[in-house]
Every structure is written in structure tokens, then in C-alpha cells.
Design a protein around this ligand. Structure first.
Ligand SMILES: Nc1ncnc2c1ncn2[C@@H]1O[C@H](COP(=O)(O)OP(=O)(O)OP(=O)(O)O)[C@@H](O)[C@H]1O
Ligand SMILES: [Mg+2]
Length: 319
């Protein structure tokens, strides 16, 4: 299995200049990204995603551990030419237009002039900025800047694309566009590594997922490996008159919601569902849906983040 990224025990501590306090942003992070895969890197704010990415891009130096990208140790100029990078808050010269921005990016990567032009035109259409070609970036919305940044990251036709929060600032249609673009890149054989704190974006398209919190990986694997296939409960929805007394129907249930003539709730796995349905029918209810509730990536995420918080509070309490 060929690796696009190999990270071993990566550590980074920052020293804040005035308080001279040490911030341990990465506390031994290890993961591997397979070539040709989409790898989703997810974690809450301050988890260490950007620090990991900036280290991989050679922009900051790790305090410990090692990493290779496309087989080159970091920092590597050779690898840099085969990598496309979208930073977290891309900053561009305000007075440029998108074609100028892309031309500049292409020049930095040594792309020949004719190819720069065709590639820039293609990318501008691909990210949906065709109508804004002649506007300066100064007039761009956050979403448009994000699109420009994505196009810029692809100017060198990279083997590996590293995107720090590519969906941030985008509306639902924009998020879908970026997801489609990432899938398209994979179809062309590229490797995509992207971070997000929004799990749905990652669950929808990633082949591999790593969850990071407080500078440490909390879980990694394929989305289906990560979520337990165990049934957490039984989701039930019935139609029932808004005036009907529910009595003991909600006993032991969670996620109880009653709106107009519908009642939805989750029964614990040990509940006798048949008996519950019989009691509901006695009260005039009509069954709409009964489905087992499996753990989602969201459940796992919340569980692991809670564990990370609890264990680091315990450690901090000791010192
Ligand atoms: N230059 C810096 N100096 C000091 N501390 C820093 C610096 N950059 C990041 N940190 C700290 O390192 C930790 C990890 O930050 P990082 O930016 O990597 O998180 P993140 O996962 O990208 O978060 P977000 O989702 O908010 O982008 C945080 O506690 C942050 O405050
Ligand atoms: Mg970040």
C-alpha cells in the first residue's frame, strides 16, 4: 500500500512570547494516508488540525516526530511541487483578478505559459467563478475567495491536495460543490487530505477518517470501521392525536418529540417493542416507522471528544 502521507509521533509545542507558557498543540500524532484516497481530518476548534497541516507543508517545524509526504521527508521542496495547498484563511493580494491569481500560482510552480492559461480557464469554470473573472479579489465574498483558493491549489495539477477547512464560509450549495470537486479529484487518481470541524462533510466522502482532539488522535479508520455496528436503540414514529394522553409510553424513552399528530422517540434496546406498539395502538396510535438506531460518526465524535476532555482534565488536575 503506497502512502501519500506518513506521520509518526508528530509533536509541536508553541511558546507564547509573553507568558512563556508552553502550548502542546500536537502530543504525538501518528497516521497514514493511502494514495488515491480521500482522508478526512476532523476535530473541534483548537484540536491541532492546522498545526498538523502547516507542519506537513513545511511552514512550521515540529518539536518531535517525523513525517513524509509523497515519500519525501518534510520539509521538502521536491514534494512541494507535487502538492496543492489551500491554507485555512487564504490571503491574496486584493487588487488581483482570479486569472491573475492563478497565473501567479502557476508561475511559482513553473507551469509553462500556454498551459497556465488553459488550466486557469478550466479551473475558473470548475469552481464557478466564470462570471467574476474580471472582478478584483477585493470585491469577493468569503465563499468566492474560498473558491479562488481552491482553484489556486490545483494550478500545478498536484498529486496530493491538502485543504485546510475547504468548506468553511460556504453555503450548502457551495459545500456540495466542494464535496463534488474532491470526489472528482479522487476519480482522477489524486489523494485528498482535508480538515473540517463539520462531521457531515467528512462522513459523506472520506475513505479514511481521523478524529483529533487536544493534540491527540482519538480514533481513525474508515467511516464504517469507526462507527459501531451495534444498535443503540429503536427509533419509533407513530401518528397519534395531539390530545391523546401518552401515559407510560415515554417511560425510559429518549429523544422524545411530539409535533402536531406525530410522536417520535427512541426506545432503549432492551425495550419490548411489540408490547410498546400494542400499548400505543390502544391509545389510537398508527405506526409510521420502526427502525434500529445505529451509532453515527457524529455519536462517535461526541463520545471521543468527551473522553479527550475528561482525560486531559484529569492529567491537568494532577500537576
Ligand atoms: N502560533 C501559535 N502560537 C501559540 N499557540 C498556537 C499557535 N498556533 C496554534 N496555537 C495553539 O495550538 C492549538 C492547536 O491550534 P490549531 O490551529 O492547530 O487548531 P485547529 O484544529 O486548526 O483549530 P480550528 O478548528 O479552530 O482551526 C490551539 O490551542 C492553539 O491555540
Ligand atoms: Mg485550523
Amino acid at each position: 500500500m503506497e502512502l501519500a502521507i506518513d506521520v509518526r509521533d508528530l509533536r509541536k509545542s508553541y511558546r507564547t512570547p509573553f507568558r512563556r507558557k508552553k502550548v502542546e498543540a500536537l502530543r504525538g500524532v501518528t497516521f497514514q494516508v493511502t494514495r488515491g484516497h480521500i482522508f478526512g481530518f476532523v476535530g473541534p476548534n483548537g484540536a491541532g488540525k492546522t498545526t498538523t497541516i502547516r507542519t506537513l507543508m513545511g511552514l512550521i517545524r515540529p518539536t518531535g516526530g517525523a513525517a513524509t509526504i509523497l515519500g519525501h521527508g518534510i520539509p521538502s521542496r521536491a514534494a512541494r511541487f507535487k502538492v496543492g495547498f489551500l491554507p485555512e484563511s487564504p490571503y491574496f493580494y486584493d487588487y488581483l483578478t482570479v486569472p491573475e491569481l492563478l497565473d501567479l500560482a502557476g508561475r511559482l510552480f513553473g507551469v509553462p505559459a500556454q498551459l497556465r492559461k488553459t488550466r486557469a480557464d478550466e479551473l475558473i469554470e470548475r469552481v464557478g467563478l466564470g462570471r467574476a473573472r474580471n472582478q478584483s479579489l477585493k470585491k469577493f465574498s468569503k465563499g468566492m475567495l474560498q473558491r479562488a483558493g481552491l482553484a489556486q491549489a490545483l494550478m500545478n495539477d498536484p498529486e496530493l491536495v491538502v485543504l485546510d477547512e475547504p468548506m468553511s464560509g460556504l453555503d450548502p450549495i457551495g459545500r456540495k460543490d466542494v464535496r463534488d470537486l474532491i470526489l472528482e479529484l479522487r476519480d482522477k487518481g489524486k489523494t485528498v487530505f482535508f480538515s473540517s470541524h463539520i462531521l457531515a462533510d467528512i462522513e459523506a466522502i472520506a475513505d479514511q477518517v481521523a478524529i483529533i482532539a487536544r493534540g491527540q488522535l482519538q480514533a481513525q479508520g474508515t467511516p464504517s470501521e469507526l462507527v459501531r455496528r451495534t444498535v443503540l436503540g429503536i427509533d419509533v414514529t407513530v401518528r397519534i392525536a395531539p390530545t391523546a394522553e401518552l401515559g407510560d409510553l415515554t417511560d425510559g424513552a429518549t429523544r422524545v418529540r411530539r409535533a402536531a399528530d406525530e410522536l417520535s422517540l427512541t426506545l432503549p434496546i432492551e425495550a419490548d417493542v411489540d408490547a410498546w406498539l400494542a400499548r400505543a395502538r390502544d391509545k389510537g396510535a398508527k405506526v409510521i416507522e420502526v427502525t434500529p438506531r445505529h451509532e453515527t460518526l457524529e455519536d462517535l465524535f461526541m463520545r471521543r471528544i468527551a473522553t479527550a476532555d475528561a482525560s486531559s482534565e484529569a492529567t491537568e488536575g494532577r500537576v
